[in-house]
Each structure stands twice: as structure tokens, then as C-alpha cells.
Design a protein around this ligand. Structure first.
Ligand code: PLP
Length: 396
């Protein structure tokens, strides 16, 4: 009989020759446990999904209750399903008035796809501007706006009429013209190793979009839900997008994405053609119930209020001569080492020492720190000590 490891390698499709490959059997709060009983502190929150930690009892209860009432009933948007209506209201209550209508999807990539279609439909234009080193998902439309040719090239031809510009650069502002449908920007560039936008840059983009009737799309799929110190990162820049993309933490550990816009923009999807975006499982009632419960836990627990204090702890404690540079955006840090190989070895050593971490897609020389926001200051200090010990064990 094949072991679970053999089944994983032989029958579960692999996209990497070096998966972490640990068999986990339980997760709760900030910890995961493997099949041998070893515990791991989740230093990346399942890639910014588990901002309130794993399997919070209120989220588990919401999932159980909803599964007991009903699961899938019909394709998106036909029946009135209270998990969708109550979550869309709760979510839009947290947002500026113009972002009042939610299209729930299955994933972040599908939210990107839906938003780009909405921008084309609303403006009647086709040019899409995206940033170098941006990541918006792995489906073909989202891949077309991904900001790195290495990752795109094997899958060409992709969407036409895409222009890639510099994040924080003048080229982004210059590229916006009367043929542009939209510009899509991460509010903090995640996979480039955490890069924040300049406030003046992002405000200049908003202004040019307004002048030329171009839609501004913000991707908060990874930056959202408190990670940067406000519920959504864009709140810190004084700029409101026309379309907001959410995913990851949106579902509280269940699969869920969304693109959010004004009711008037969104209503264009009802005609020419009718059913302008179709999804079977988008806005799944169990995912919406879980997501709403998770957002309640996040807001009622006031965890976001602790983010800047915790960022300071990271900045104060994580210092080592082997760290070439570091960047933070709230409880989110990237550490740069001299080479991708050295970083890989340190990532591996962290895992050996009971910390789950990883590298960044466009910055393989950087190590990722993004623990659940519920982590206590004591636990965070302990985590920092293990990171430093892991670096020390590798470089000496
Ligand atoms: N946008 C950003 C900024 C992301 O980080 C991701 C996923 O990592 C996506 C979009 C795509 O989300 P998903 O993997 O749910 O399709």
C-alpha cells in the first residue's frame, strides 16, 4: 500500500519539485500539527488567509450551522441566500459608500477575471494597465496582467492590449489614456516582497483615471483584512477604487473571492449580454457564513488595533548581519538574504525549528513573515527568536 506521502506525490498534481511535503493533521489558532505530533507556528497564515488563526470556534460553528441548513442550491444570483445577503451588507458597511455591491466568486483569480470583464463592459474599452511584479492570480486573464514575463511566457498567447508599467513609477500615470479600460494595482505589492505605494503616486493615478473615465481596480486579496494595520490597505492612502478585489481571508478559511463596485457599475452585467459573469459555486453559502463569522471575530476582537505595535516588535527584534534588507507593511515583513539559495536554506531551517514560512514569487531571496493577527506579543517575540536562531544556525 502506498503511504500518504507517495499518494501525494503520485496522484495529487504537483506544480513544484520541492513541495514542503509535511502531512498536517490539525490546525488551531496560530499552530499546525503534523502526523508525528510536531507543532509548527504558522508564520504565513496559510498565505494571508488565516488572519484570525486556524479553525476559530465561531467560524467552525458558522460552517456547521450553515451546512446543516443548506449547501449548494443553484448557480450564483438566482435564489436569495441569507449567508450572501448578510455578508455583503456587513462587508459593504465597512467600505466607502461607492463600494456597495458585491459579486462573490470562488477565488481571488476569479475576482480579477470578473473585475477586468466589468471594466471592459462599463467603459467599452479594452486596454488594461498592470504593474511589473504584480500578482493577480493564475488563470489566463489574471496571468495576462501578472507582472513578470518568466511566469507568463509559456502560456502565450494571452490577453491582448495589456501594458505593464512601473509600480510607483511615472510610466503608470503616462500609460493611462483614452483607450484604457482600467488599471489594476495591488494596494501593497505582495509577491515582489512587500512594496507599499507612494501616496502621491496612487493619488495621481486616481486623478488621471477620473479625467479619462478609466476604472481603478485595487487588489486587496493579500493585503486585506487588517494585515497592514487597517481593515483595507487603501484606507491609508486617501484613495477609493472603482472596483475592489478581495479573496484569501474573505472566506475565513473557506474558498471565497469577491469583486466589489457600485451598484450602477455592477448592473451592467445584467444586460448586453445578460449573465455577464456566471459562476456555479461563487458565494457558496458555507463560505459566506464562515467569512462573515471570521470578519466579526477580527473586528470584535479589535486585532487590527494591535498591528502597528506588533510591526514595531518585528522591526525592533528581527536584526541580523545576514539580513541584507527588510520591508514591512503592518504585521507583514520580508527579509532579504544574499541569495535565493541562502534564503531557501533559512526557510527550510525555520520549518525544522517549527515555523512555517516561504519565499516570494518575484523575490526568491526574501523570507515571508505574516503570522495570524491574533498572535500575542509574547508569541511574536518567541517567533522572532526562532527566526533569528534559524538564521544563525544556517550562516554559522
Ligand atoms: N491577487 C493577489 C494579490 C494574490 O496574492 C493572489 C493569490 O496569492 C491572487 C490575487 C489570486 O488569488 P487565488 O489564489 O485565490 O486565485
Amino acid at each position: 500500500m502506498q503511504s500518504n506521502r507517495q499518494l501525494f506525490l503520485n496522484h495529487v498534481a504537483q506544480t513544484s519539485t520541492q513541495p514542503i511535503g509535511i502531512e498536517m493533521v490539525k490546525a488551531a489558532g496560530i499552530y499546525l500539527w503534523d502526523v508525528d505530533g510536531k507543532s509548527y507556528l504558522d508564520m504565513i497564515s496559510g498565505f494571508s488567509v488565516c488572519n484570525i488563526g486556524h479553525s476559530h470556534p465561531k467560524v467552525v460553528k458558522a460552517v456547521q450551522n450553515q451546512a446543516g441548513e443548506y449547501m449548494h442550491l443553484i448557480v450564483y444570483g438566482e435564489f436569495i441566500e441569507s449567508p450572501q445577503t448578510t455578508y455583503s451588507k456587513y462587508l459593504t458597511d465597512q467600505l466607502p459608500a461607492s463600494l456597495n455591491c458585491v459579486y462573490f466568486t470562488n477565488s481571488g483569480a476569479e475576482a480579477t477575471e470578473g473585475a477586468m470583464k466589468l471594466a471592459k463592459r462599463v467603459t467599452g474599452k479594452s486596454k488594461i494597465i498592470a504593474c511589473k511584479n504584480a500578482y493577480h492570480g493564475s488563470t489566463q486573464g489574471a496571468l495576462s496582467v501578472m507582472g513578470d514575463e518568466y511566469w507568463r511566457n509559456a502560456f502565450r498567447p494571452l490577453l491582448p492590449d495589456i501594458e505593464h508599467v512601473d509600480f510607483n513609477g511615472q510610466s503608470a500615470i503616462d500609460a493611462i489614456d483614452k483607450n484604457t479600460a482600467c488599471i489594476i494595482i495591488e494596494t501593497v505589492q505582495a509577491e515582489s516582497g512587500i512594496i507599499k505605494p507612494n501616496q502621491e503616486w496612487i493619488q495621481a493615478i486616481r486623478k488621471k483615471c477620473d479625467e479619462l473615465c478609466v476604472l481603478l481596480i485595487f487588489d486587496e486579496i493579500q493585503a486585506g483584512f487588517g494585515r497592514t494595520g487597517s481593515l483595507f490597505a487603501f484606507e491609508q492612502y486617501g484613495v477609493v477604487p472603482d472596483i475592489l478585489l478581495l479573496g484569501k481571508a474573505l472566506g475565513g478559511g473557506m474558498p471565497l473571492g469577491a469583486f466589489i463596485a457600485s451598484k450602477s457599475l455592477m448592473s451592467t452585467l445584467t444586460h448586453h449580454p445578460v449573465l455577464g459573469h456566471i459562476t456555479t459555486f461563487g458565494g457558496h453559502p458555507v463560505s459566506c457564513a464562515a467569512g462573515k463569522a471570521a470578519l466579526e471575530v477580527l473586528l470584535e476582537g479589535k486585532y487590527i488595533d494591535t498591528v502597528f505595535e506588533k510591526e514595531k516588535i518585528l522591526i525592533d527584534l528581527i536584526k541580523h548581519p545576514a539580513i541584507v534588507s527588510s520591508r514591512t507593511a503592518g504585521l507583514w515583513m520580508s527579509l532579504q538574504f544574499a541569495s535565493p539559495e541562502l534564503n531557501q536554506t533559512i526557510v527550510h531551517q525555520c520549518v525544522v525549528n517549527g515555523l512555517i514560512t516561504d519565499w516570494f514569487l518575484f523575490a526568491p531571496d526574501r523570507l515571508r513573515i505574516a503570522p495570524p493577527l491574533i498572535i500575542t506579543e509574547e508569541e511574536l517575540k518567541e517567533m522572532c527568536a526562532i527566526v533569528l536562531r534559524s538564521i544563525e544556525e544556517v550562516v554559522h
